[in-house]
Design a protein around this ligand. Structure first.
Ligand code: ATP
Length: 370
């Protein structure tokens, strides 16, 4: 296996005045050319992690390796890591060109080299026609691109982006997101992208690391993390709306198992062997996208529609079934009326089980079946 571009090993940060660790022993590897999103609620330790990678904060313990070499003792300017904050850090008294050239000029590079590097980065970021304009005349998206460009001209081995889109309004944010995606593909950069916005993380990153309370709860490909959360924290954090989580018990039935919570009963695939989980308390995870409303006359679980909230082509439906309240996401053209009785179907192969004791995912039923 190749050496990861960046590796965090048991990385920990305790601030002098705090009783809890802001970053509590995290392990993470990012391969060259990958974009990894560090995703988690406010205060979970994302920025502190970035600050340690770039060298603005010193770890309490653990190691940071770039290309296999520890950089903990290397001063920030020599780590070859670029950090872009949400506040653009652009000099509004300067032109775009001067802003882009700044980092190379302070390093004493020759004018010809600076011009070439600035030209390349401006081209990559779609700023070529704006080079002579003043930064104070730029809009939010352009300012953010200049901020990224100022970092890119120094050719960082790793680019760290800390909530780079959060100061932009919705329309500009979408456009800048597309620009970032293109940049990342064209320049083959290794990027760590900090955000609390999962839609942004899912659309920009190849891998997602979900953080809470200073710890990494799961690292998984963006395409898998919603379907296969490792634990209840990730299951309840990912997805809009997140997975329905019901705590109940498994009992054996007809050579397979059923999950029961009061009057809510759902069968698991017959013949599924979930070993130690049998007769133990479990939490079942039902993705809202896997709850289907049956056509009229079709048999299913009886339910009542409590609420139907359209959001464009999809509608989030809140249902009461067997004494439980669950959410379903269905196509808006099949939107049911509030208060109506319906039948629903839940695909047994899509259910996710968590141990009631450890809150960790038990082997996926779908995996066992494969
Ligand atoms: N310089 C500091 N001194 C003391 N505590 C700090 C310091 N910086 C951060 N913290 C604390 O460490 C924890 C993690 O903060 P951090 O800013 O890394 O989280 P975050 O996930 O980036 O949050 P946000 O999304 O709000 O920026 C918080 O409890 C915060 O109050």
């Amino acid at each position: 296996m190749s050496t990861p571009k960046l590796e965090l090993v048991g990385l920990k940060k305790e601030f002098a005045d705090g009783s809890v660790a802001a970053v509590d022993g995290i392990d993470l590897a990012v391969e060259e050319g990958q974009t990894l999103a560090l995703l988690g609620p406010s205060g979970c330790g994302k920025s502190t992690t970035l600050n340690m990678i770039v060298g603005l904060e010193q770890p309490s313990s653990g190691d940071i390796r770039i290309d296999g070499r520890s950089v903990v003792a290397v001063p920030p300017g020599r780590r070859n890591v670029g950090l872009v904050f949400q506040d653009y850090a652009v000099f509004t008294s300067m032109s775009v060109r001067e802003n882009l050239a700044f980092g190379l000029r302070v390093r004493g590079q020759r004018k010809a080299e600076i011009d070439r590097a600035v030209g390349e980065v401006a081209e990559l970021l779609g700023l070529s026609t704006m080079l002579n304009g003043n930064a104070r005349d730029l809009g939010g998206s352009e300012l953010q691109r200049v901020a990224i460009g100022r970092t890119l001209v120094t050719r960082p081995a790793i680019l760290l982006l800390d909530e780079p889109l959060s100061n932009l309004e919705a329309g500009t944010r979408l456009a800048t997101r597309r620009e970032l995606r293109r940049l990342q593909k064209e320049a083959g950069l290794t990027i760590i992208y900090v955000t609390h916005d999962q839609v942004e993380a899912l659309s920009l990153a190849d891998w997602i690391a979900v953080m809470s309370a200073g710890k990494i709860r799961q690292v998984a490909p963006a395409s898998l993390i919603c379907q296969q959360p490792d634990n209840i924290f990730v299951a309840s954090f990912m997805g809009t709306p997140p997975m329905n989580l019901l705590r109940g018990a498994l009992t054996r039935a007809d050579g397979g198992y059923v999950f029961r919570k009061d009057a809510f009963v759902v069968g698991l695939l017959p013949g599924t062997d979930i070993g130690e989980a049998a007769d133990l308390p479990v939490t079942i995870g039902i993705r809202p996208e896997e709850v289907r409303l049956c056509a009229s006359g079709e048999a299913g679980l009886p339910a009542r529609v409590l609420l139907a909230e359209p959001r464009g082509s999809e509608t989030v439906v809140t249902l009461e079934t067997g004494g439980q309240v669950i959410k379903a996401v269905i196509a808006s053209d099949h939107r049911p009326t509030e208060g109506r009785d319906v039948m629903l179907e839940i695909d047994a192969a899509s259910l996710v089980l968590f141990s009631g004791e450890t809150n960790r995912r038990l082997p996926m039923i779908a995996e066992l079946r494969a």
